[in-house]
Structures are given as structure tokens and as C-alpha cells.
Design a protein around this ligand. Structure first.
Ligand SMILES: Nc1ncnc2c1ncn2[C@@H]1O[C@H](COP(=O)(O)OP(=O)(O)OP(=O)(O)O)[C@@H](O)[C@H]1O
Ligand SMILES: [Mg+2]
Ligand SMILES: [Zn+2]
Length: 722
């Protein structure tokens, strides 16, 4: 957990990289501004300093080594544990015109040999390697011959035994500093407690590194907690409203995953399961289909998701309660990586809490059990909170959210009714006091509600004055009141294993009549989704280039507009899918949703206008610009024509009659009996396909071939066949 927020700015830099950095950012990545901390980190790296980067998932860590790699002379070696995703990462870089490659066990001997040769010839800028491959003597001598300018250790928490994802092969990376003393190291992670952070830095031998800790506030994520009741029905209702959008549904058990995935398929949704009980190949296939937009929904256990850079995940649903906030944060973090809105909905029940508690109590050492129970308590407190969810979540990561209303969580979107709760507060405090502050919430409230359970009678708590003093409310309502009083620090909870309710100075003030208490009441939402806030489309034109000192959410590049043409967006998505399939890459490698949405709202008409779209760099403009511009212009023309036709049909009272005489409206029988008309129809269809054929041909060639050149050749072929 970050304890401090450091943005180190070095004084007395000798080189000014500023302009070059911005130029490279635009040219290769198509972005007009850096996200918080990226610029400072990159400058440190370019000055050959070791750096440690802690940034939330989706925060933009990759750019912190990919961009310096392009500005530095030699080879950047990226260590990543995620072999299954290396190909996609490399495809993505290549699609932006960057010479990248990977070395791992999936390569054939001849493929690996080709990469070795390219490394020796200094043809590769960024090389992804699996840690076990990098520690092989052959690889070491290979990269010793190459001019290595930077080592980037991605998911660097894997090096620490204290982390949740320790990998022994990462441990051996400590040789890097010894063997390559002059080469800077950048270590990156999204999960690191202070202990893991210290250990990672120590193991890598980079104790003098610059440390960067970004804010964990992901502003584009909308957090919502729903009661876990008719859960499947609620999910179905949500999915029907969001057809065609990509999302993940997390469940605690494999059984739940399988059941929900198959029910969803029966109900007409494209959903696939993902859990450790499936074969490796099935898991890989399902993950790939999701990444490539072949399937919209993945129902998964927490085994799913690490390092996946699918940018357009629009919802993350937790069907069951997660075990801790760290896991919840990671899982929701897989949504909205393109900076656009993602809804994170968690179905909460106290029943789930007790189930998890039961499992925790079954195993492990006492110390581990206590930690797990405390984490579960924090998770539950988040779900039951009556203050802004974001505030609670960020507080868990040691960050303070200044504003009281984030505007993007269910609490802030549906403000609760405020009521005077001074009397209730007194009743509760009195009961805690009568019980000598030696009982937990459940017991205190059982006494208040006048329970005659054996445990109450045995302790003679049915004889206390407080027994039954709270019969004005139900037990559930008292639970809410107690939780709210804990949040307002009017009472406190002590002890991890057996949390007891205790009094404090504020409790005394309430009892002495020196303090009034305001509580909130929950409206019955009838499980309706509150209307989502206006859908958001980022607008690159308002980005402010230049150095950012803002250490907040990675969405500073965004201004939201809502004038997107959904018809055009759907067409551009189809075109993207086609181009991606032809090149055998995931669709986001061609363009992210952010880019397509901006195109659908701005409708660029020239290459210059296209360059202003976020995610369109010079290389992608050359490769795809013409094709996408054509699609946009065709779409706009079709829209115009159809509105013109519509108008003229509306205007002309004879139009119906005319239509009846139009040969295009002939019946099937006449057409079937007339070979000439059939031939004409076929020819018409073929010429209608011309546009698609040109696009397909262009995608198979490189950016040196324009659509006009291809069209000319196609016309020749058609003329010959006439
Ligand atoms: N300056 C920027 N402007 C706009 N988009 C950006 C910028 N930097 C990065 N991105 C985009 O943000 C997304 C997430 O970036 P990235 O994959 O680097 O995240 P990450 O920090 O590595 O997350 P994880 O921990 O999940 O791996 C990517 O789609 C990337 O293209
Ligand atoms: Mg990453
Ligand atoms: Zn909020």
C-alpha cells in the first residue's frame, strides 16, 4: 500500500527531452499528453536512473519503458511473466511501427533463431523475455553482445516472497545489476505493499532508485453495490440494456462460473467460462476469444485477468463478495483501460461474508487467519458504507479523496435521506456501556432488539435495561445504524478476530447531550439500475500537452462529450474487426474503442483531422487512415442520401405508384425466369463488394499501397472479365 506520494523532479538536467518525448508520444502512440507521472518517470529513465513505479492497473506503466526504448540507442529488454500475452503486446507495438519481438518457450527453434539474428543485427528495439529465458546463459551472452540500454521488470512484485504472486524465476533477476552495472532498471507493478516494495528494490539492487507512486483513483470506474437478491435476474436485466458491450462477471467458485455462463448462453448471450478447472488450451482459447471481441462476456474466477490489456471492458460484475479490497480493486481495474466509463457492480450479502469467514477459519496459521479476517472486514465495511465508495476504497490504499461527493458511485449518485438519529445513537451507546464494551455488534443488537436466545439468557442480558430498548427498529436497521456510527467515529470497533464495540470521547458527548447525530436512511431501490450518467467520449482536442504535476486519475486527457453517432461507431467496429482478423491480431491493436468513439463523434474528413483523434499516430494513419476515412465518408454520404430519399418520398404523393413500376421492385418469380436480369443483379452485387475487396487487399499489403492504386488494379481485373 502506498504510504507516500513522491514525484521526483531532478534539478539540473543537462538534456532537454521534452519536445522529443512529446513528438514520439504523438508519432508512435497517437496520444497528445502524458498521464500523471509518466513524463517524470520517462525523464528519469532517459537519464539512466533506476526507477520503481507503482501505478494502478491500467494506469499506463508500459509507456514508461516503451517510449524511452524508442529514444535510447540500443535494445530495451522487458521481463514479463505473462507468456500468453507477449504476442499481443508485441503485435500492438508492431502495429504502431515499433520493432519489437519476444523470446519464450512458445517459439519454435527456427523462430527463436531468427530473433537471435535480428538482435545481433541491432534490428530490434524492444524485446520481451520470460524470466526463465533471460536467466539462461545463452540469452545472457546474446544480450551481452547487443547494446542493452534498459531493463524493464514488469509485474515486479513477482520477485518478492512477501507478495501474493511470488515466482522463484523472478528471484534470479538479481544478477542483472551485477552483470550489467551501467544499464538502468525500471521496475513496475500495480500491487505492492511497502514490504514488497522494499524487498523488490533490494532484490534488484536498485536502492538509489527514483520511486513513483501514482494515485489509485480510477475516475472512469463507476462503483455500485447492489443487494444480492434475484442476482441472476438483475444481471440479465443489466446485460439486456448493454448488449454488445464487453464485460467480466467474477464468481468465487468454479461451479458458479459454469452455471452462470451456461445460463447466459441459454438466454442468448455470448458468454464463456474461465477457471482453473478448465484445460490450459480451453482457458487460453476463451481468453483469446474475449480479447479479440469474438465473445462479449467472460464469466470467471479470480484466476482470470492478470496483465490483460483489453481496453474496452465496459462492465465488471462481482456475482459474489470478493475476499479483500485489494483483489476487488485489481479485478475492477481490468475495466475501462481506454479511459472510458466502466460500471463495476458488486452483489453483496452478509451470507457471502459468513461463507468466506468459515473458509478462512478452517485453514492456515493464526496470524494468516487474522490478516484474512481483517481484510474481509474491510471489504464488508466498503459494501456497507454510507459514505462515498471511492473515498473508502482510496482510504484503504492510504489515499485521501478530498471531495465528499465523487459523483461516480452509487452512494454519491443516490444521496440518502438525512434524519435525526440522536435518540437511536443514545440507545445504542447505552447498550454498549451496559454490556461493559465486551461484545460484538451482533450481540449488542440482539440485546437491543430483545432477543430471548439462549446466549442472551445464559448471560442474563435479558435483565438489562437496554434489553428490548430498540424495538422501534428491525435488527437490519440497527445494523445499519451501528455501521454508520462506526463510520462517523461515534463508537469504534476493536480487535481483528473478535471485533468488539467500544465507546470513545464522541460517544460520551452524545450521552451528555453535547452532540447531535445525523443518520441516513436507505431508499428501497427495487433493484432498479440508476440511470447511468451520460456516456462519455474522450476528446483529444482539449488535452493540455506539457508537463503534468497532477498526481490523480489517469483520465486527465479526457473531456467528455456525448454526440457520438452510434450507427457509425458500429460500422467502424465492424471494419476494425475485419482488419484485425486479416492481420491475426486482437481488434484493439488496430484501434482502441476510444479512437473509434472519437471518430464516430468528430467524423474526421481529412488525414489532418484524423491525426487529431486520440490513438492515431503517424504510423497507424498511414496504415489504416485511408480505409477508416473512406468508411466515415461513405457512411455520411449514405446518411445524407437516405435522409434525402426519405424527404422526397414524404414529399411526393405519387412515389408509391412509381415504386410499383420500378424494376428493382420486381417479384422473385419474374427475376427467376429472366437470366439477363439475374446477371445484372449479380454484377450489381459484385460491384457493391468492390469497397470490401479493396479494404481486404489493402490490409494484406503494407502502408505503401494506397486505396486508389488497389482500386485501379481491381478495375483492370473487372474490365478483363467483362
Ligand atoms: N498518455 C496516454 N494517453 C492515453 N492513453 C494512454 C496513455 N498511456 C497509456 N495509455 C493507454 O492506457 C492503457 C493502459 O496502459 P498499460 O497497459 O500500460 O497499463 P498498465 O499500467 O501496464 O496496467 P496493468 O497493471 O494492468 O498491466 C493502454 O491501452 C494504453 O495504450
Ligand atoms: Mg502492464
Ligand atoms: Zn462517491
Amino acid at each position: 500500500m502506498p504510504e507516500c506520494y513522491i514525484s521526483r523532479v531532478r534539478i539540473g538536467r543537462t538534456k532537454d527531452y521534452g519536445k522529443k518525448m512529446h513528438r514520439t508520444l504523438q508519432k508512435y502512440f497517437g496520444y497528445s499528453s502524458f498521464r500523471p507521472l509518466q513524463e517524470d518517470i520517462i525523464k528519469d529513465v532517459l537519464e539512466d536512473r533506476d526507477t520503481f513505479v507503482l501505478m494502478p492497473t491500467g494506469g499506463g506503466k508500459s509507456l514508461c519503458y516503451q517510449l524511452p526504448a524508442l529514444l535510447m540507442d540500443g535494445l530495451t529488454v522487458v521481463v514479463s511473466p505473462l507468456i500468453s500475452l507477449m504476442k499481443d503486446q508485441v503485435d500492438s507495438l508492431q502495429a504502431s511501427g515499433i520493432n519489437a519481438a519476444y523470446l519464450n518457450s512458445t517459439l519454435s527453434y527456427s523462430e527463436a533463431k531468427r530473433i537471435y539474428r535480428e538482435i545481433e543485427n541491432n534490428e530490434i528495439k524492444i524485446l520481451y523475455v520470460a524470466p526463465e529465458r533471460l536467466t539462461m546463459s545463452h540469452t545472457i551472452s546474446l544480450i551481452q553482445k547487443a547494446n542493452v540500454s534498459l531493463f524493464a521488470i514488469d509485474e515486479s512484485h513477482c520477485i518478492s516472497e512477501w507478495g501474493h504472486d511470488f515466482r522463484p524465476e523472478y528471484r534470479r533477476l538479481s544478477f542483472l545489476k551485477r552483470k550489467f552495472p551501467g544499464v538502468p532498471i525500471i521496475a513496475l507493478t500495480a500491487t505492492a505493499t511497502p514490504k514488497v516494495r522494499e524487498d523488490t528494490i533490494k532484490q534488484l539492487g536498485i536502492s538509489d532508485c527514483g520511486t513513483y507512486v501514482a494515485s489509485f483513483n480510477r475516475k472512469n470506474l463507476l462503483y455500485k453495490i447492489r443487494p444480492k437478491k434475484d442476482t441472476y435476474k438483475q444481471i440479465l436485466k443489466y446485460l439486456r440494456k448493454h448488449r454488445g458491450e464487453s464485460g467480466i462477471i467474477y464468481c468465487q467458485s468454479r461451479k458458479n462460473v459454469d452455471t452462470i455462463a451456461s445460463r447466459l448462453r441459454r438466454d442468448g448471450f455470448n458468454a464463456l467460462p474461465y477457471h482453473a478447472g478448465l484445460s490450459d488450451s480451453r482457458r487460453e482459447k476463451n481468453q483469446e476469444m474475449f480479447i479479440r471481441d469474438d465473445v462479449e462476456i467472460v464469466v470467471a474466477t479470480i484466476a482470470f485477468g492478470m496483465g490483460i490489456d483489453k481496453s474496452n471492458v465496459r462492465f465488471v460484475i462481482h456475482h459474489d463478495l470478493p475476499k479483500n479490497l485489494e483483489g476487488y480493486y485489481q479485478e475492477t481495474g481490468r475495466g475501462g483501460r481506454d479511459g472510458l466509463e466502466c460500471e463495476c457492480i458488486l452483489f453483496f450479502s452478509r451470507g457471502d461474508r459468513y461463507k468466506i469467514e468459515y473458509f478462512i477459519k478452517q485453514k492456515g496459521k493464526k496470524e494468516e487467519r487474522d490478516i484474512a479476517l481483517k481484510q474481509l472486514q474491510d471489504m464488508v465495511a466498503f459494501c456497507e458504507s454510507t459514505v462515498c465508495r471511492r473515498k473508502v476504497l482510496l482510504a484503504y490504499f492510504g489515499e485521501v479523496l478530498e471531495e465528499d461527493d465523487c459523483g461516480r458511485c452509487d452512494v454519491c449518485l443516490q444521496p440518502r435521506k438525512k434524519v435525526d438519529g440522536t435518540e437511536e445513537a443514545r440507545i445504542l451507546i447505552n447498550c454498549i456501556s451496559e454490556l461493559n464494551q465486551r461484545y460484538g455488534m451482533n450481540h449488542v443488537i440482539d440485546v437491543l432488539c430483545g432477543s430471548n436466545a439462549k446466549k442472551i439468557r445464559d448471560k442474563k442480558h435479558n435483565k438489562l435495561a437496554s434489553h428490548g430498548a430498540g424495538d422501534i427498529h428491525t435488527k437490519d436497521r440497527w445494523m445499519e445504524i451501528a455501521r454508520e456510527m462506526i463510520q462517523q467515529e461515534l463508537i469504534k470497533v476493536q480487535g481483528a478476530r473478535y471485533p468488539l464495540l467500544k465507546l470513545n470521547k464522541a460517544s460520551m458527548e452524545v450521552m451528555n447531550g453535547k452532540r447531535k447525530v445525523t443518520l441516513t436512511t436507505i431508499e428501497d431501490t427495487d433493484f432498479e439500475e440508476p440511470e447511468p450518467a451520460e456516456r462519455m467520449v474522450p476528446d483529444k482536442a482539449v488535452a493540455s500537452p506539457g508537463k503534468t504535476k497532477n498526481n490523480s486519475a489517469p483520465v486527465s486527457e479526457i473531456k467528455w462529450t456525448a454526440n457520438r453517432d452510434d450507427g457509425l461507431f458500429a460500422r467502424l467496429k465492424q471494419l476494425r474487426k475485419k482488419m484485425a482478423e486479416l492481420q491475426d491480431v486482437p481488434p484493439y491493436v488496430v484501434f482502441a474503442d476510444t479512437s473509434l468513439k472519437q471518430m464516430a463523434s468528430k467524423k474526421p474528413g481529412s488525414k489532418d483531422e484524423m491525426l487529431k483523434i486520440t490513438g492515431v499516430g503517424e504510423y497507424k494513419l498511414k496504415k489504416y487512415g485511408e480505409t477508416f476515412l473512406k468508411e466515415i465518408s461513405n457512411y455520411c454520404q449514405e446518411q445524407e442520401e437516405s435522409s434525402y430519399n426519405q424527404n422526397s418520398v414524404d414529399d411526393d404523393p405519387n412515389s408509391e405508384k412509381e415504386n410499383q413500376q420500378n424494376p428493382a421492385c420486381d417479384t422473385k418469380e419474374t427475376l427467376a425466369s429472366d437470366p439477363d436480369q439475374k446477371r445484372e443483379k449479380i454484377l450489381k452485387t459484385i460491384s457493391g463488394l468492390e469497397k470490401e475487396l479493396i479494404i481486404l487487399t489493402k490490409a494484406k499489403l503494407d502502408e505503401n499501397f494506397s486505396e486508389d492504386e488497389i482500386r485501379a488494379v481491381w478495375s483492370e481485373i473487372l474490365a478483363e472479365s467483362e
